[in-house]
Structures are given as C-alpha cells and as structure tokens.
Design a protein around this ligand. Structure first.
Ligand code: 13P
Length: 254
C-alpha cells in the first residue's frame, strides 16, 4: 500500500503563497512515487491550489465541511461545493475544531457521513489531551471518539476512510508521540473500526499519525506496520521541509 501524507496548512497561506507552494511541489512530484500526497489549504485557497496542482497526482483536501447540501447556514461550506472545486479529501474532527471551536462527536459523525455520501474521502482525526493521557484515559477517549464517529455508517462506504491519530499534546509542541504510543493507538483504531464496520471493511483502512511530525522522526512512524502515513502541520508549510519529510518516509517504509 502507498503511504498517504497530508499537509494540513490550518489557517495559513494566501492564494499567491498557495500557488507558489503548489507549483514547486508539483515540480518535485516524480520523487514521491510511493506516496499519495494530499494538500489541505484553507477554503479560500482551494481553487488556487486545485488550479496549480492540476495535471499532477497530488490530491486536494479541505480542512472541514458542513453536513447539509445547501441552505441557511451562514459561514458554512457544503460537500457539493468542495466536490465542485475538485476536492477529494476532507479533514474531519481535527482537535483544533473539537477543542477550540466546540465541535462534538455528533457533529463529527454527521460530517463524516456527509463526506462519504458525496464521495469525499475523510481524514478523521482522533486523539486525547494531555490531561486525559495523564489520567490514563487514552484508550477510552480515542475509542469513544471513533465509535461515535463510525456508528451506523454503511461499511460499503468506508473503504475510502483515513483515520489520523493525533494526540492533542503532540500537536505544534515539537514533542511527538513515541513510536510505541502511536503503534498502540493505531492498533486500537483498527480494532474499533473492525468492531464497528466489520473486519472485511477495514482491511483497506489507512491510519496516519499526526503531531510534531518532521523529516527527522517520520521514519519511526511509517516503519510500523500499523501506520500508513502522516498528517502534518508545521512541517508542511515550506516545500523543502515537506518534500524532505516525504522522502524520509519513503526511505523508512521501503
Ligand atoms: P503539527 O505537525 O504542527 O504538530 O500539527 C499537526 C496537526 O495538527 C496536523 O493536523
């Protein structure tokens, strides 16, 4: 299976910055033969990114969506609007949305369902906070987030699902999880997904690690059989660091 490495730019980059990045990464795409690369710019840069990446194998992803198709939902963006822009992936339930913007498990579930129904491939984020980890609740928290997200979904729709294990305490801190912690969580994700959707449905489930990933540590994660790639924040903002990260991942996964 190819690696999947996604750039979550969060609230960064104007259209001009997006175009410059995308042109440069596209020029290097031949080097990324063993990796599915996904760029997730903010909504305002999706069109520019899509145009700059067109004709390449690099995929376009959004950072969020709303679950309704259209209507009176000021400030929200509907799945068909993303499809219209050529978006193929969508990040759902990122911890910044859960913890800073009040997104709960019910909203995450509705977004996941809507994404799958519109054939957008979800990158579903789960992960515990530092306090939860210190209380020994990692498995319960991750398990609950995942069960509530997947509950009642049609297993036939699930083969496009990617789950990103992103411990909140590792995001933007420079302190990544250990490979052992990431492996434990990724294994749990696979067990719970199998429980919710059946083991046949999750055979093709891809699991990423996210949280302070860089070119120096990515190898430890993708060398694990349980981990298929990474969701990358800070190290995805510059072409050189992102490209170096992808190359290190490919080397380690070989
Ligand atoms: P950092 O790579 O900056 O820690 O961010 C991780 C993340 O939140 C990706 O979604």
């Amino acid at each position: 299976m190819k690696l999947i490495i996604a750039a979550n730019w969060k609230m960064n980059k104007t259209r001009a910055e997006t175009e410059a990045f995308c042109r440069e990464i596209k020029a290097r795409q031949e080097d990324f033969h063993d990796t599915e690369v996904v760029i997730c710019p903010p909504f305002t840069s999706l069109e520019a990114a899509g145009r700059s990446l067109s004709g390449s194998a690099i995929k376009l992803g959004a950072q969020n969506l709303f679950w309704e198709k259209a209507g009176a939902f000021t400030g929200e963006v509907a799945p068909p609007m993303l499809v219209d822009l050529g978006v193929q992936y969508v990040i759902i339930g990122h911890s910044e949305r859960r913890h800073l913007l009040g997104e709960d498990d019910a909203a995450v579930h509705k977004k996941l369902k809507a994404a799958l129904e519109h054939r957008l491939r979800p990158i579903l984020c789960v992960g515990e906070t530092r306090e939860e980890r210190e209380r020994g609740e990692t498995e319960v928290v991750v398990g609950t987030q995942l069960r509530r997200a997947l509950e009642g979904l049609d297993p036939a729709l699930i083969e496009e699902l990617v789950v990103a294990y992103e411990p909140v305490w590792a995001i933007g801190t420079g302190i990544a999880a250990t490979a052992a912690d990431a492996h434990r969580a990724a294994t749990l994700v696979r067990e719970i997904a199998a429980e919710c959707l059946g083991s046949a449905a999750v055979e093709r489930l891809r699991v990423q690690y996210g949280g302070s990933v860089n070119a120096g540590n990515i190898g430890e994660f993708v060398a694990l059989p349980s981990i298929d790639g990474a969701l990358v924040g800070g190290a995805s903002l510059a072409v050189d660091s992102f490209a170096a990260l992808i190359l290190s991942a490919q080397e380690a996964a070989r």
